[in-house]
Design a protein around this ligand. Structure first.
Ligand code: HXC
Ligand code: NAP
Length: 309
């Protein structure tokens, strides 16, 4: 057993209806596929029907469970309400909302037009609160329990240059997650989030590592465990959080990034660039070795450091 395999027992999500925004591609599709494998009814939404229909067909063929594709621009509240109405018409109810849809690209902030800033904030923050508000009102009115899972990023709390609209918007989603976890718990509605580190998807890689940046920056180099994420390990975490096994988890944001953001945060973490030989030289110097030995050790260490990537 390892992280590339499904974790929950068969049927863990049977009887649940789960709505995934941005569910036709990337991580949304991977999480949705696993929910369906575990027995859930699925609704996937985004702006492109062909993409959704193809994903729905592929998922149903794999799992044998129903998937309803519905187009919706998450920025438009009336479209969001229509999606929820159609989902209920098909499945009777929605139990879980996964706010996964996002827009993002890299740019120096001063180069952004105000429309570009709006676009990202509107998809990420407005889109998430549109679905949360419409779904929450419905659950509360019907006195039905609900479960909200939001996908944020690790820079939701640290901030990050060059993706400032996304950082602002994800910070807002993070705050909504924690606020509603308390306010809506009395209605039986839980609210949690996942903060993923780098997980390769076409959508993210094309926009965050455009052109030959893909060859120049390997995101795995920034991750202490030495690799990027596998979709199944994110799907495992998401499936746990949308299942009843996590009934006592509320208001939590779980980071799944191989230690990436902490590596950037720790004052001396970059000392992993220092080769063993240089540590040897420093130790020798501390313990009072001969000058010649020390010089040799330092030079050897520095030479190794030079040739390190
Ligand atoms: C600067 C840009 C731009 C870019 C668009 N704009 N791309 N500005 N750099 N690369 C500007 C446009 O010029 C325009 O402003 C405004 O933004 C709106 O652009 P449209 O193309 O009209 O918007 P729209 O068709 O709604 O498309 C939204 C999008 C697009 C965000 C621009 O990339 C998209 O559809 N993305 C969806 C999928 C996605 O982004 N996935 C990645 C998620 S990854 P003007 O002023 O000219 O009108 C993610 C990972 C985080 O979030 C963490 C990783 C570790
Ligand atoms: P992706 O495949 O591009 O997913 C984004 C989805 O959002 C697409 O299906 C897109 O579909 C949909 N979408 C965008 N704008 C929309 C709108 N206005 N209305 C409705 N749907 C819209 O990228 P991904 O990497 O899987 O990202 C999924 C989530 O993970 C995002 O929340 C992202 O911020 C988060 N995340 C990803 C990474 C990573 O390394 N991949 C890391 C941290 C966080 P359409 O364009 O067809 O509408």
């Amino acid at each position: 057993m390892n992280y590339t395999q499904g974790m929950l027992k068969d049927g863990a999500l049977s009887g649940k209806t789960i709505l995934v925004t941005g569910g036709g591609t990337g991580l949304g599709k991977s999480m949705g596929t696993y929910f369906s494998e575990l027995g859930a009814n699925l609704i996937i939404t985004s702006r492109k029907m062909e993409v959704l229909e193809e994903a729905a067909k592929e998922i149903t063929e794999k799992t044998g469970n129903p998937v309803l594709p519905l187009t919706c621009d998450v920025r438009e509240y009336d479209q969001v309400e229509k999606v929820i109405a159609s989902a209920k018409e098909k499945f009777g109810r929605v139990d879980v909302l996964l706010n996964n849809a996002a827009g993002n690209f890299i740019s120096p902030t001063e180069r952004l037009s105000n429309r570009a800033f709006d676009t990202v904030v509107d998809i990420v923050l407005r889109g998430s609160y549109n679905f949360t508000l419409a779904m929450g009102k419905d659950w509360i009115e019907k006195k039905q329990a609900g479960n909200i899972l939001n996908i944020v990023t690790t820079y939701a709390w640290t901030g990050s240059g060059y993706v400032v609209p996304s950082a602002c918007a994800k910070a807002g989603v993070l705050s909504m997650t924690k606020s509603l976890a308390v306010e809506w718990a009395k209605y039986g509605i839980r609210s949690n989030a996942i903060a993923p580190g780098p997980f390769p998807t076409k959508g993210a890689w094309d926009r965050l590592l455009p052109g030959n940046l893909k060859e120049k920056f390997d995101p795995a180099n920034k991750v202490p465990v030495g690799r990027v994420g596998e979709h199944q390990e994110l799907a495992n975490l998401a499936a746990y959080l949308v299942s009843d096994f996590s009934a006592y988890v509320n208001g939590e944001v779980i980071t799944i990034d191989g230690g990436e953001w902490l590596k950037g945060a720790g004052e001396f973490n970059q000392l992993d660039q220092i080769p063993e030989e240089l540590w040897d030289a420093m130790e020798m110097s501390r313990k009072g070795g001969s000058k010649l030995q020390m010089m040799w050790a330092y030079m050897n260490g520095l030479r190794k450091m030079k040739f390190r990537k």
